[in-house]
Design a protein around this ligand. Structure first.
Ligand SMILES: Cc1cc2nc3c(=O)[nH]c(=O)nc-3n(C[C@H](O)[C@H](O)[C@H](O)COP(=O)(O)O)c2cc1C
Length: 154
């Protein structure tokens, strides 16, 4: 059984829905267990029990939220060598999303020694500051979840 935790921060609920949809996609891959947790509710002592850690944030001023950044800093103190990671975010403005995903991935690589990125990050567009998620975007979340679940079991 592969165990995954999908950790997110979300001001208006869109990134939460993305996290839940990614987890749904993961559960479609046999032998995958996926938990979803808001960043402030994660029990850090349990994180090393997972095979993969997915981290998601809304794009705030071109990067992840403070809560997600602080969480990644804390992960750096845990024994997570060889664990799979992947990043996702939601964004409003076309021009900033790639940069925001890269920032999140860079932070994971810099702060968590031995972290393995399972796949390039996923960016999901919202229609307004408070959402909703743009048409055609949610199916990408499910596919992303399936792809990562398949990858970590390989
Ligand atoms: C303080 C703040 C700063 C933001 N900065 C950006 C930004 O730089 N680029 C962008 O594309 N969207 C930006 N947004 C829009 C968010 O990406 C959008 O609100 C978010 O994707 C919605 O997700 P949520 O419902 O999970 O909070 C910003 C939103 C807030 C509240």
């Amino acid at each position: 059984m592969a165990k995954v935790i999908v950790v997110y921060e979300s001001k208006y609920g869109n990134t939460k829905l993305v996290a839940e949809t990614i987890a749904e996609g993961m559960r479609e891959v046999e032998g995958t267990e996926a938990d979803v947790s808001e960043v402030k509710r994660v029990d850090l002592s349990k994180v090393p029990n997972y095979d993969a850690i997915l981290l998601g944030s809304p794009n705030h001023l071109g990067g992840p939220t403070g809560g997600i950044k602080r969480f990644i800093n804390k992960l750096g103190k845990l024994p997570l060598e060889g664990k799979f990671f992947a990043a996702f975010n939601t964004y409003l403005l076309d021009k900033s999303f790639e940069q925001a995903t890269k920032k999140l991935e860079k932070r994971i690589r810099d702060k968590v020694p031995g972290a393995k990125l399972a796949a390039p990050g996923l960016s999901i567009r919202v229609q307004g500051m408070k959402g909703p998620i743009s048409e055609g975007e949610l199916p990408k979340c499910k596919e992303f979840g399936k792809k990562i679940a398949t990858q970590i079991k390989a």
